[in-house]
Design a protein around this ligand. Sequence first.
Ligand code: GDP
Length: 374
Amino acid sequence: LNDGIVCIGCGARFQSTKRGVPGYLNEHKLRSYLSSLNSVDDPINLLCERCFKLKNYNQIEPVAFDSDHFQKILTSISDKKALVLYLVDLFDVGGSMINGLTRFIGNNPVVLVGNKFDILPKSVKKNKIANWLTKEAKNEGIKVLKTVVLSADKGDSGQYLLEEISDYIDEYEEIFVVGVTNVGKSTLINQIIKQISGRGSVITTSRFPGTTLDKIEIPLTEKTRVIDTPGIIHDSQMAHFIDSKDFKYLLPNKEVKAGTLQLSKGQAIFLAGLGWIDFLNKSKISVTAYFENNIELHRGKIENAEKLFSSQAGRLLKPTVLKEYRELEKKEIKLKANQDFAIAGLGWFTFHDSAPICFHLPKGLAFSVRQAEI
Ligand code: GDP
């Protein structure tokens, strides 16, 4: 059905199997369009669902590619003089950083955008988070020109971002927006479009012949355009470890509640039915937990932990469990005071005292030890 036929908007080959993957158009529409053509030489003048929405409603839908494809697009950035807007999720910084970003973008400067600020506790100051995030990125070798902290889903985020980067806009013809899936890239781009669409028709979906590079360009000024790049899928993200019906538990949409726990010797904390952590401290310690509000933390004893997990995941340990074929990995590490143990997509513990821990988490799920975020 879709042999060689591409969307005139983005150049992606049509397919009717998966929404959220490039070139999606429902089969009925695709078939009825094709049958309306009189000859094979009639021009195929059809848009995929994503480009259709973009053209008619100025609205971008998220789309995901595998990492090879993404890398090809990103690598092309390194040959240019461009500004890179690099989006990370403040609730999952470790899981949303792109490995080896500097390899792709070359020496180009980066404006780091920390998104989903609204999820952090209200008491947290933007400045402090921005400084912390800048340091984290510098540790990864990224040349940070400026760090902007925002909530993309707030109505003024497009305006805010453009103001924050206004000093740099004129220096570049191209501003690339990069980020892994779920960081809120589409949400932010839609806000940028909203912000500038008052100035006339701004949307062009551009086609790159011979490829299926799905890039969307938004003219920002006479000289400068913003270019959306596809989100990279990180297979270490939590979403790959649970059933899709449980995703609702893992997309925090409001402020996370922090809770401080005093842990005496021999205690374990279960993270719903997803895994657990043995705290191997010899005397009392305190940690603060910042987790997605749906994830119930359950306190137990190390000696019974394995048994409890295998019998109670999904019951006492709720609301979500691992997909069946996911095995747990066990690892011992040592945390210092004022460090976080962060688990991709779930949340983190801030340690106020140093302590060794042994975690039991799904194999392949990203975790990180870092200087405390908050
Ligand atoms: P993309 O895959 O990077 O394009 O991400 P999306 O724009 O589709 O956003 C992923 C999820 O994060 C969606 O459920 C959004 O509603 C949510 N989201 C995006 N920005 C924010 C934000 O500033 N705060 C909160 N709480 N959620 C956000």
